[in-house]
Design a protein around this ligand. Sequence first.
Ligand code: ADP
Ligand code: MG
Ligand code: MG
Length: 210
Amino acid sequence: MASCDAAATAAAVRQMAETIEQHHTELTHLDREIGDGDHGANLVRGFRAVVEKLDADEPGTPGAVLKLVATTLISTVGGASGPLFGTAFLRAATKVGDAETLDAAMVSDALSAAAEGVVARGKAAVGDKTMIDAFEPAVQAAQSAAEEGSVADVLEAAAAAAEQAASETAPLEARKGRASYLGERSVGHVDPGAQSTAYLLRSLATSASS
Ligand code: ADP
Ligand code: MG
Ligand code: MG
């Protein structure tokens, strides 16, 4: 990918939607173990609505694409993850402003802003067994990669860190969200939101390297 312009951002979002189509059943299974069994269904509903809007009228800047994703997820996903992912995309959109193209540092800064938005909204810390457990290490890895790397390098580092961290949520006891109602019984299962965060970041990395 030469530069991350509006078309590349929209392509990355479509890749996210595709990945959610592939993994929604598994995400719902994870949520059945420690939640209410709707995480995959929530995300598939949201990302289908996003793709419909992109098909109808694709925005002209990366920030406008991210804002479309934000508002659509907030209005269609519901549950805890809708407002949380919605806020993430909204903060990312605000961070990149009306830039025509995004470089590695901007992508990394947008990821940081997204994670900060999730924390501001959901008040989870690392170790609470939420999407933040995947998001925070991804941001750290992205920031290191952005010092010398390309957009693709930044997103690859973020995706790899999130994948590793998502798998490491299994032994944790949930302290936020629905899974926290289970207390010790939440131990032994990967957090659905951490896993979906890893899938979403992997989609971005795949799209950026193609
Ligand atoms: P719901 O729990 O309302 O059914 P989802 O199933 O779509 O919503 O999403 C559940 C995921 O949301 C969890 O696996 C967790 O990663 C994330 N989550 C829940 N509460 C919080 C929070 N306060 N902060 C960050 N992430 C959270
Ligand atoms: Mg749920
Ligand atoms: Mg629910």
